[in-house]
Write a protein that binds this ligand. Structure first.
Ligand code: HEM
Length: 203
């Protein structure tokens, strides 16, 4: 392990990385960005939602990356930090929900909105993220057994589909922008499936 990789494995470096969306939000605010000034709550809602999505894509890319490039040290750094990155997805998604509550203003509108399909998909994704976050510890792996734990964590594929729908169903974002966010994950998963298929064909 070289010095750079050893440095990247430090927890405080990871926490700085995970806080980048928090630091970056001050940039448009300080620059009086018109999009931010027009509707600050909406801006923050979308911004935090995007941060959660990007972190979700990063954490979901780790398994295919590990399978495709097992010897690359940067990939092993990501494997090392996988749990914390996963937890950060949930934290940003929760923040997104809290901002959404303040954005709607009242409980009535907040609950009424849940009838919309794209909101429902976000809620379902958040509930499933809670399940994954709550079981992302050694105690849960031991209690559930490796096989059941793995089955539960396959829920991340369902979360991916729900998030794609949640983002793409919004008029402003649409499927094209959503595809850009999820492209790295879809490409890596496709290569992973090809590699698994080739290995099975050989055996
Ligand atoms: C309780 C669950 C959730 C609720 C109620 C919710 C609500 C919303 C709402 C109302 C918007 C639209 C804002 C607008 O009008 O432009 C939105 C956008 C978005 N949400 Fe969620 N959301 C939830 C869960 C999630 C989760 C779990 C993620 C990701 C991990 C997420 C990521 C996003 C993204 C990326 C956008 C689009 C931002 C953009 O491209 O403009 N949401 N959400």
């Amino acid at each position: 392990m070289n010095t750079f990789t050893r440095w990247l494995r430090k927890k405080w470096i990871l926490y700085i990385f995970l806080c980048i969306p928090v630091f970056y939000v001050f940039v448009p605010i300080s620059q009086y960005d018109t999009e931010y000034l027009a509707d600050p709550a909406k801006y923050l809602l979308e911004y935090v939602g995007k941060a959660a999505t990007i972190l979700f894509v990063i954490v979901s890319c780790i398994t295919p990356l590990k399978l495709l490039f097992p010897k690359v040290s940067l990939v092993n750094v990501l494997v090392f930090h996988r749990r914390q990155i996963g937890v950060s997805v949930f934290v940003y998604a929760m923040l997104h929900l809290v901002i959404y509550y303040f954005y709607t203003g009242t409980w009535e509108i907040f609950i009424e909105d849940w009838k919309k399909l794209f909101i429902l998909s976000g809620i379902l994704a958040l509930v499933l993220l809670l399940v994954l976050t709550a079981t992302s510890n050694n105690w849960s792996v031991k209690k559930l057994g490796a096989k059941r734990w793995k089955q539960i964590h396959r829920l991340s594929y369902l979360i991916m589909l729900l998030l794609i729908f949640h983002q793409a169903a919004q008029e402003k974002t649409g499927y094209r922008e959503t595809a850009i966010y999820f492209a790295p994950l879809i490409i890596l998963q496709s290569f992973r499936l090809v590699k698994i298929g080739m290995k099975k064909a050989k055996d």
